[in-house]
Design a protein. Structure first.
Length: 259
């Protein structure tokens, strides 16, 4: 009987000691983990502090969090437009971009303004009425990314075209590139053949100025140079941006932001 009691107490002591050991190991593990976390936080703070005032880092000041993701200035976007030459594939619209409907509407308005500019009395020099041309005109718009492979810059543009099939197999058309977020027009090319007269002169800038929110009277400041097919010219805007014009008499003309 005494031997059994001794064994019972010995077993109970062994279980108790085992539990104590496990509890101690668990508490020790938690304590060590906690100390390691504190150590890592201390090391991180020291590393973070060493980043400041280092000449190889550039300080950046953000005025407002609301400006993050906001559209870039027109001057910056024009610079990107001039540097992006490689054209990407047609793609879908992103949430922060204008969809096809408003761009098509802007294209239609630009086409109408351009036609009426060439037909102040409602009829083109070639005989077609503006209303008839507009009634039979068709419109296409395509969204594409344009890339600058040297800098890695990318600019999204809506590429639109308005066109009308005139008699004799000629197609009157206007092609334009619109900013995907703001709708600004970066370039336009208009083929109206017999309606493209040399007498247009600096006034050819007017529809492009109007669509981009500039006063059309600024066109008078343009400087023109005679060419074999017509003339070319440049116009410096009040904000420092520049426009260029190339006009081929009895064919077409192109206006675009330029360097």
């Amino acid at each position: 009987m005494k031997l059994k009691k001794l064994r019972f107490f010995a077993n109970r002591d062994r279980v108790t000691r085992t539990r104590i050991v496990y509890v101690a190991l668990t508490a020790g593990t938690v304590l060590i983990a906690f100390l390691l976390v504190l150590l890592n936080r201390g090391i991180f703070r020291l590393s973070e502090a060493s980043l400041y005032d280092d000449p190889k880092y550039e300080a950046v000041s953000i005025i407002s969090a609301n400006s993050i993701g906001a559209p870039l200035s027109l001057k910056t976007r024009v610079a990107m437009f001039l540097g992006c030459e490689r054209q990407g594939d047609e793609r879908a619209v992103m949430p922060d971009e204008l969809d096809a409907a408003p761009i098509r509407e802007k294209l239609r308005d630009l086409w109408e303004d351009t036609l009426r500019f060439h037909a102040p009395n409602g009829k083109l020099v070639t005989g077609e009425s503006v209303s008839a041309v507009l009634k039979k005109s068709r419109y296409t718009v395509t969204l594409r990314d344009f890339y600058n492979d040297e800098t890695g810059a990318k600019l999204a543009l809506w590429c639109g075209q308005a066109y009308y099939e005139a008699e004799g197999g000629r197609v009157y058309c206007l092609s334009a590139q619109f900013d995907s977020r703001m709708g600004d027009v970066y370039s336009m090319s208009c083929a109206l053949y017999g309606n493209v007269l040399e007498t247009l002169g600096t006034s050819a800038f007017e529809p492009f100025l109007t669509v981009n929110g500039y006063m059309e009277s600024l066109a008078d400041r343009a400087a023109l140079t005679q060419t074999q097919k017509g003339f070319s010219g440049t116009l410096t805007l009040p904000d420092g941006l520049k426009l260029s014009l190339t006009l081929d008499v009895n064919e077409q003309y192109t206006i675009t932001f330029a360097r």
